[in-house]
Ligand binder design. Structure first.
Ligand code: BDP
Length: 689
């Protein structure tokens, strides 16, 4: 007999110390708070048009999460490379806490492995047990600090962890400094006092990470104990999940130290709009660590010329004849980025100090009507992909060559957009999207919400906090045009209505300038969350998970589904997933499932309907998936999900060429001002006119 875990799972995930909010409200904050109720959705077009006004009373986000950039007042030191590592294989997984492994160097409490950071710990070793390990793992590394950092008391030293999946506790020199729940967003700890209190020029960073998922984590999961001793050894359990990707874990993104002065620019929020030819940049600057300061801001164009300037913590910069940030392929000068230079001058007991931060700014507007998605007032059609962050032995570890390769493939394909399925991606990914003009639907890790327990208040509270963290991190990226709060939740369950109403209203209160959605696979009549979204994003797998092999039913089923959704809601629709598993190199004619021909045939059937409906209200199509990716083992998965149009090694299947032809044609049709697109990747592209 099996029972759902309660004690055990919670044991593994239990927080030994209370979760600390990153920073408490401060009297000095400049943002104006406004009651959430006033942010509840009116007609989409109205709130989108009112974006800049509403922004002024957006729900105040507490604590900045500016990307750590170098500047004349800020230094950074990456801690990537080899860390010491140990998985706690003890029965209750808590030996590390019982023996306080953080108190002394990890090698003193037992054997350690070398573990690369960033990477997942799962696939770099030869140990099957480590690959599927559930519980606490321990990472440790010594960092040598520049003398100034440890001796200049006017310097603030911050430890930043780009992502630790799933739950993390951090110590520096054995002292607890931070704790964080959630595997896809950064968190920080001010460690100045610790590193400036003694003669040490180095510090020991210990991070314990737990990958256990519970019904209240995002994504959710459960631990299943197998208690039939005739079949399983004592204490046997497995982690169950309701999402279709491998639960890679570890330090997935860069870990670094950076400095600021002790009075510093903590956060910047910008919001842009356009009035005739004038670009408007509303800014708010949040300062911490001091009361007496001046702020100066300058907006520079790409040539470095100052085009507008201002002073103070909030204001509006006006840019006559502004260059707008356009998606790539939509305009001949896409992705124009200004630089917002912020200079803080503060008077401290030790004299005057300065802090500098430069933020890339794209001026653009986003709005939604009953049947269109508008960027800069022009209809935008999403022709792109869904992605995952994993590849080969590094699992979900951040990797520059992979990132550049993926963006080269996106541009080869003519993809103008992707969704960060099914969790927030690395900040460096978002930065490249800004620079290249690739539009992003930014998705939270709300995937696999199918249990009633996952709709509880505990879960909702955490989901609201995750949206705060996500908006805080990504709010200034022009590439981000919509938030997605979840993927394929059981939105037909009774509590889903209140859950999504609250979650979407909260996200809009955090950021009134962007539409909000979640991605559904529920029936249009049963979906209790759909009334609250601005754009209907719907996944379907006709002739794959139903009517196997019968591609002839696709057109009828897809057209009917679109019509039903539109008749019910009169909102624009995105085909947010569709696809077929395909083993690269399998060929079969007439096409059979899993062959390259079947994948192409299925896509073509979808395209016939998309081509009709995009003349009406369908505003986008995102293939599932850009590349093959790893999943849990199951008889339905052949070493992972094979719905990629590229293999996991990023080589094209036949469908990649089909989509490439389609996307470049779509680009030619939807370009503004009207003129032919030139392929950025291949001089002799058949689509270069
Ligand atoms: C969709 C999910 C996605 C899966 C895909 C599939 O959103 O995460 O990988 O199905 O089954 O339902 O390939």
């Amino acid at each position: 007999m099996a029972r759902e875990a309660s004690g055990g799972a919670r044991d593994f995930a239990r927080r030994p110390v209370r979760l600390q909010r990153r920073s408490e409200p401060s009297g000095k904050r400049l943002a104006v708070s406004c009651h959430e109720r006033s942010m509840l959705r009116g007609p989409a077009a109205v709130w989108a048009a009112l974006g800049p006004l509403l922004w002024a009373c957006g729900l105040a986000l507490r604590g900045g999460m500016l990307y750590p950039r170098e500047s004349p007042s800020r230094e950074r030191k990456e801690l990537n490379g080899l860390w010491s590592f140990r998985a706690d294989f003890s029965e209750n997984r808590r030996q590390g806490f019982e023996q306080q492994w953080y108190r002394t160097p990890l090698r003193e409490s037992g054997p350690t492995l070398d573990m690369p950071v960033p990477s997942s710990f799962n696939d770099v070793g030869q140990d099957r047990q480590l690959r599927s390990f559930v519980g606490w793992v321990w990472y440790e590394r010594e960092a040598t600090l520049p003398q100034r950092w440890t001796q200049d008391l006017g310097t603030r030293v911050v430890l930043r962890i780009g992502s630790a999946h799933y739950y993390a506790i951090v110590w520096v020199n054995g002292v607890h400094v931070a704790e964080h729940e959630g595997g896809h967003l950064p968190f920080e700890a001010d460690i100045s006092k610790l590193v400036q209190s003694g003669p040490l020029a180095s510090c020991r960073i210990t991070i314990a990470i737990n990958n256990t998922l519970t019904p209240h984590t995002l994504p959710p999961g459960t631990i299943l104990y197998q208690t039939d001793t005739s079949k399983y050894p004592k204490g046997y359990f497995v982690q169950n999940i309701n999402f279709d990707f491998f639960n890679y874990a570890g330090l997935h993104r860069p870990v670094l130290l950076y400095t600021t002065p002790t009075t510093y620019i903590d956060d910047i929020t910008i919001s842009t709009s356009v009035n005739q030819d004038t670009g408007l940049v509303d800014y708010q600057i949040f300062v911490e660590g001091g009361e007496h300061f001046q702020l100066e801001v300058r907006l520079l164009d790409e040539e470095g010329k100052v085009v507008a300037q201002g002073t103070g913590g909030r204001g509006q910069l006006q840019v006559p004849n502004a260059h707008l940030w356009w998606p790539y392929l939509m305009h001949e000068h896409p992705a124009y980025l200004y630089s917002l230079e912020v200079r803080l001058t503060a008077q401290t007991a030790a004299g005057s100090v300065s802090d500098f931060y430069t933020l890339p700014v794209g001026i653009r507007t986003v709005a939604v009507t009953e049947h269109q998605f508008l960027i800069n007032g022009k209809p935008f059609y999403f022709h792109g992909v869904n992605k995952h962050e994993d590849a080969d032995i590094r699992g979900k570890g951040f990797d520059w060559p992979l990132l550049v390769k993926d963006f080269n493939l996106l541009r080869w394909l003519g993809a103008n957009a992707f969704r960060t399925s099914h969790y927030p991606y690395a900040e460096e990914v978002m930065q490249l999207c800004d620079r290249y003009g690739i539009v992003v639907i930014d998705e939270s890790p709300g995937v696999g919400i199918v249990l009633v327990e996952s709709y509880s208040n505990v879960s909702l509270q955490h989901h609201l906090e995750v949206m705060e963290e996500l908006v805080r991190r990504d709010k200034n990226h022009p590439a981000v045009v919509m938030w997605s709060v979840a993927n394929e939740p059981a939105s037909f369950l009774k509590p889903a209505g209140y859950y999504f109403k609250t979650l979407i209203a909260h996200t809009k209160a955090l950021d009134p300038s962007r539409p909000v959605t979640f991605v559904t696979n529920s029936n249009y009549e049963a979906d209790l969350g759909a009334p609250y979204v601005d754009v209907i994003c719907v996944n379907s797998y006709y002739s794959w998970y139903h009517d196997y092999g019968h591609m002839e039913v696709i057109q009828l089923q897809l057209a009917t589904q679109f019509e039903n959704w539109y008749r019910t809601y009169q909102k624009p629709i995105i085909q947010s997933e569709y696809g077929a598993d395909t083993i690269a190199g399998f060929h079969q004619d007439p096409p059979l499932m899993f062959s390259e021909e079947y994948q192409k045939g299925l896509l073509e059937q979808y395209h016939l309907v998309l081509d009709q409906k995009r003349k009406e209200y369908v505003v986008g199509e995102l293939i599932w998936n850009f590349a093959d990716f790893m999943t849990n083992q199951s008889p339905q998965r052949v070493m992972g999900n094979k719905k990629g149009i590229f293999t996991r090694q990023r080589q094209p299947k036949g469908a990649a060429f089909l989509l490439r032809e389609r996307y470049w044609k779509l680009a030619n049709e939807t370009r503004y001002p009207w003129s032919a697109v030139k392929s950025q990747c291949l001089e002799n592209s058949p689509f270069t006119l």
